[in-house]
Design a protein around this ligand. Structure first.
Ligand SMILES: [Zn+2]
Length: 66
């Protein structure tokens, strides 16, 4: 499954595996190390995920539907 997050430095959208949640990754554009939100935080990114057409849905309780 995929999810979308955003680099806190350069703001590029970054598509990740759901397995990367709650880990740290390097931005593919600027190389900055950033924290991937855990699944409890992903509800805030729900609209962004929908807009990107990713195949993961997370509700406000952090439940995942893929
Ligand atoms: Zn970046």
């Amino acid at each position: 499954m995929r999810m979308l997050t955003k680099c806190p430095d350069c703001r590029i959208g970054i598509e990740l595996s759901i397995a990367d949640a709650d880990r740290r990754k390097h931005c593919p554009r600027c190389g900055k190390l950033f924290s991937v939100p855990d699944t409890e935080s992903l509800g805030k990114a729900l609209d962004r995920v929908r807009a990107a057409g990713c195949d993961v849905y997370v509700d406000q309780q952090g439940n995942l539907y893929g």
